[in-house]
Design a protein. Structure first.
Length: 256
């Protein structure tokens, strides 16, 4: 009887985590570049009953195996803002913390120029180009645009045309090993494989679309369905605890 209690507790813990994952997906339905996640489960160790054969086993519940991210393409929505960038296809933008030089990957392309002319994220991380930090000189440049290959084409105040760098994209052999760091950013380690770095439309990397952003790839219909399934599974696990408690009570009552 105690075995069923412990098994039910593992179910409560696992399905609570699933609800947490689904809740986070729903909360980020409007987050730029967000990638949905799911909860994967695995069964716990099974024990053979005493005096029985190897095929007579009782499991000990469930545990959370992994929370992988779904990196499928999100919908690209036009914004009309020239510094907004979206990737159609494979790859991530690479951004750098100018304080400690830590590098991150992101699909969120809601960039802008800071006071020094650097192309930066909403929290000030510098977008990386093929040759380093991307910068548009605010003193000499009148306007700029970014084409599908990531070239920053500028029109100087004297009317001359120039190129002020090219956006760099990075892809990873095993995207499942990327680690979410918040603020729409990912970090990576050697387990993600050797990064493939290059310009858009090269090395299998995607195409850039300026004046647009990639929206979250959360499917609200699927998430609501997952929420109901997780809720019912949680309720069933709670019911096992109630039933086991009633059976234990019956055993206690036998002494009366």
């Amino acid at each position: 009887m105690l075995g069923s209690l412990n098994t039910a507790i593992t179910g409560l813990q696992a399905f609570q985590q699933q609800i947490n994952v689904v809740g986070n997906n729903i909360a980020n339905v409007n987050t730029t570049g967000f990638k949905t996640a799911r909860a994967d489960f695995e069964d716990n160790f099974s024990q053979a009953l005493a005096g029985s054969g190897p095929n007579v086993q009782v499991g000990s519940g469930v545990s959370l195996a992994a929370i992988p991210n779904n990196f499928n393409q999100g919908t690209i929505s036009s914004t009309g803002v020239g510094s907004d960038l979206a990737i159609a296809g494979q790859g991530f933008f690479t951004v750098r913390n100018s304080v400690d030089s830590t590098m991150y990957a992101t699909r969120a392309g809601d960039f802008h120029l800071d006071s020094a002319g650097y192309l930066v994220t909403t929290d000030g991380l510098r977008v990386q180009g093929v040759a380093g930090d991307l910068q548009v000189d605010p003193v000499t440049v009148a306007s700029f645009s970014i084409d599908q290959k990531g070239f920053i084409n500028v029109v100087k105040k004297d009317g001359t045309l120039a190129v002020s760098g090219q956006v760099q994209l990075t892809s990873f052999p095993d995207q499942s090993q990327l680690v979410k760091q918040g603020d729409n950013r990912y970090s990576w380690t050697a387990t993600a494989g050797t990064p493939v770095v290059g310009a858009p439309q090269s090395n299998g990397l995607g195409t850039l679309q300026s004046g647009a952003l990639e929206l979250s790839n959360v499917d609200l219909t699927s998430e609501m369905s997952n929420l109901i399934i997780a809720q019912r599974a949680f309720q069933a696990s709670a019911r096992i605890i109630t039933t086991s408690d009633e059976m234990l009570q019956e055993i206690v009552n036998l002494k009366r």
